[in-house]
Write a protein that binds this ligand. Structure first.
Ligand code: KE4
Length: 428
């Protein structure tokens, strides 16, 4: 593959944008090399500025579940743009997409739209704190809920400890209200609750984690969290920014038949435009301004252009009865193919998958939490990543990410991908 134009563009970008990117993971820091600059995309394919084509396994980090430039989204955005892009007033479109989302997702009666997953999760914990009148939250090492201060927390040593900031700029005052637990470790959560009686407003979790690679919940884990929250007047927040409308029409709540108190969304719900959302039963959501005292606002929240894209996407998902079965079959086909190939190679590996979220970890041990995910051999991952990139296969430029499968992938694309993996596996 030639990357000359991307290299040139990256050098120019670095002059005017910190690190040349508007989101750090795009800079290829974890895998080295120069990020590729994409010129266009269609269906399952990306086309870079050097004219290279890639089969895309990131899909803008989740949104393109129906493929890039999905025609109903493109058409609705073009038509809506002609009517004006944003008014700062209520529009009928917001009610339409809100009603559709509520019809698709269990246990939510009202939804508030914002502009990113970060905003959705940040607002959800403020709402939980306002509703319960308690300050602390529990999050899980390895789970990412966006870049607002309360989430950029790294535990000190030990399990039942106060968090410490893992980014400059996050104050100790903020960090002390975030407790860090170990994913899939119910006992650890129970210890934290016992050590902080009547102080914890919410537990926020990626119910199927995707930010330490794909790490599914072990049997009984989510159910156990639900019981602990109900018994201790703690709100259970499912961060479904990745899993919402991807793992099932109703997300993980539907998949596992578990009730969250607040659910956050992003990515798919915006159809590729900046949209986040948070939702709950009316008793909780009615605490939000202008009805209640918990303040939350946004100039472009619910703007017609983003709502038009999101509505076309949700309609496409809602009206396609076979979508999730196809996604399951395609991703299982990919998983089985990768397993067969890597089993014949010299490398230690494990593959985690749930539905259309999948990740490859270069370590033999099971990956069930951040600690075990961190054991992956990054040198091997780097070779795997660049080897595939050179073969026109674009996977996440970090071992701590999940791959997002799009329904636009054909079995020919999957076989092409497996042939590339077979070729790269020989170099690992
Ligand atoms: P955004 O603010 O990036 O829209 O959403 C934050 C967020 C919240 N919750 C979960 C579970 C998420 O995965 C994310 C964002 N995901 C990352 C990918 N790991 C976005 C990619 C990026 O940071 O550029």
């Amino acid at each position: 593959m030639l990357y000359q134009r991307s290299s040139q563009l990256f050098a120019e970008a670095e002059q005017v944008i910190p690190g040349g990117v508007n989101s750090p993971v795009r800079a290829f820091k974890a895998v080295g090399g120069t990020p590729i600059f994409i010129k266009s995309a269609k269906g399952a394919y990306l086309f870079d500025e050097d004219g290279n084509r890639y089969i895309d396994y990131i899909n803008s980090w989740g949104p393109m579940i129906l493929g890039h430039a999905y025609a109903p989204v493109v058409e609705s955005v073009i038509e809506r743009t002609k009517l004006g892009t944003s008014f700062g007033t209520p529009t009928a479109l917001e009610t339409e997409i809100a009603s559709l989302a509520i019809s698709m997702v269990p246990n939510i009666e009202k939804i508030r739209f914002v502009n990113s997953g970060t905003e959705a999760c940040m607002s959800a914990i403020r709402l939980a704190r306002g509703f319960t009148k308690k300050d602390k939250i529990i999050k899980f090492a390895g789970c990412y809920h966006g870049h607002s201060d309360s989430f950029l927390i790294q535990a000190g040593s030990g399990a039942s400890t106060f968090g410490t900031p893992n980014s400059p700029g996050v104050t100790a005052g903020t960090a002390k209200d975030t407790l860090l637990a170990r994913y899939n470790d119910l006992e650890n959560v129970a210890q934290l609750i016992a050590a902080n009686p009547n102080e914890i407003a919410a537990i926020i979790i990626e119910p199927v984690a995707g930010n330490m690679g794909c790490v599914p919940p072990q049997k009984g884990f989510l159910e156990g969290l639900r019981v602990l929250c109900s018994e201790n007047d703690i709100l259970l927040i499912f961060d479904e920014v990745m899993t919402g409308f991807r793992l099932a029409k109703g997300g993980v709540q539907e998949l596992y038949n578990i009730k969250a108190d607040i659910v956050t969304f992003g990515k798919v719900i915006g159809g590729g435009l900046p949209v986040g959302a948070f939702a709950a039963r009316a008793e909780i959501m009615n605490h939000l301004a202008p009805l209640g005292p918990v303040y939350q606002a946004g100039t472009l929240s619910g703007n017609p252009l983003a709502m038009a894209a999101g509505l076309a996407m949700l309609k496409g998902i809602n009206e396609d009865a076979g979508l999730f079965k196809r996604l399951e079959e395609k991703t299982a086909y990919l998983e089985n193919g990768i397993r067969e190939i890597l089993s014949e190679s010299k490398v230690d590996f494990t593959i985690n998958r749930l539905g259309s979220m999948i990740s490859v970890h270069f370590d033999a041990a099971p990956v069930t939490d951040f600690q075990s995910a961190a054991k992956g051999d990054n040198a091997t991952f780097k070779k795997f990543f660049h080897g595939l990139l050179d073969e026109g296969i674009y996977i996440a430029p970090s071992a701590y990410e999940t791959w997002f499968i799009t329904d636009a992938l054909t079995y020919e694309d999957l076989d092409h991908t497996l042939a590339a993996i077979r070729k790269v596996a020989q170099t690992l």
